[in-house]
Design a protein around this ligand. Sequence first.
Ligand code: 4AD
Ligand code: MG
Length: 424
Amino acid sequence: MMIYKNIEYCFNKGESKDVNVRGWVHRLRKQKDNIFLTLRDSTGIIQCILPFTEEYNKVTIESSVEISGNLIKDERSPSGYEIHANNMNIVGLAENYPIRKDFSVAYLNTVRHLWNRSRKMQSIMKVKSEAMSAAGEWFKENNWYQTTPPIINNSACEGGSTLFELDFFGNKAYLSQSAQLYLETLIFSLEKVWSSTTSFRAEKSKTPRHLAEYTHLEGEQAWANFEDILKVEEELLTHIVQRVVQNNHKDLEFLKQDVGYLSRIKTPFDRITYEEAISFLNKKGFDMKFGDDFGTEEERQLTSNLDNPLFLISAPVEAKPFYTKINPDDERMVLSADILAPRGFGEISTGGQREDDIESLTRRIKKEGLNPKEYDWYMDLRKYGSVPHSGFGFGLERIVRWICNLDHIRDTTPNPRSVSKSYP
Ligand code: 4AD
Ligand code: MG
């Protein structure tokens, strides 16, 4: 039985219990009369005390073992309980484990297949799992359909510069940067659609928030305008955070995250317009003019003193892809918005209303250096029963990085892919 279930039982009943547990040896200390080991399974850790024998003395760090004994309350042990073991069976004896206390980040990246057993990675992966199921739960409750857009495509969604090209049976194709254009095809049938797919970006620079491969949570809604989609985004994100706070308290505490502030995240999110952000940054000593893009530092400034996410509303036409709708009230701008996570974490989503006008789409596709021929199918969506529609994409790893308070996005995923890094 799992470690945590046993502890819970003893805690509730206020009595000791004979238990059989199995897991991996997390820590180990051998003395003359006793062997102290900390056992780890997917639910937690527990200290076990064994009598010293030749057989038990063979056990090593990260060996897999089955232990039986008596689980009793002990204030001195980290979990408040410990097992006085009377039997241990070594299932898989581990060789000398290569990860020690004095590891470097660079080294840990080369042993990810083992480092994923660490309690840090275990907690982060639990938070990520909860975030994914919370998203699915929110979409289901609100009558959205989950769909499966393609990963191998002929056309770019987010511009040509970050495309991974591949040889597809002798023809050129690309790995998807976003499911958006394909989700747009499905709104004519299902109206509210979402997907969780892997997106690929050939980002050449190494930053704490870019991966070459990430999990993209995207939604697209028919009959929805700009305001409608912002509401969807803030409600979905708030639901994800609430679920994690509710079900991953221990993990967040282990990661030293301030659970109190996360539990206070609420809708509606505050907003700042692009032009307000430019003047705010200039007052802070940045040298920004209309048309400039916000980088990591700018986004950090905009949110460093905030505890709730912030909408960065609208953007210059030239700064956003061809599909963003030009604002009818201000033709310099598009109806696009980013969500910036608080405390300096920066962009975690981009969403907005989609352009309906074929002429504008064609002109901007050409301007991006893309081939309009590849988008004939996309134009059909505007020709046959087009409706006002909007959508968004969240970077799941960006959400997890923020919720878990991590310095670097690499730890939000078991096998991060970035410039020239694909091992293990
Ligand atoms: O802002 P982006 O490029 O927008 C789109 O792809 C839209 N087509 C989405 C849509 O409307 N359906 O990407 C969306 C989000 C970003 O806000 C960010 O959270 C994440 O995807 N993202 C990345 N996450 C990790 N590594 C990268 N290299 C990322 N690039 C984007
Ligand atoms: Mg964006």
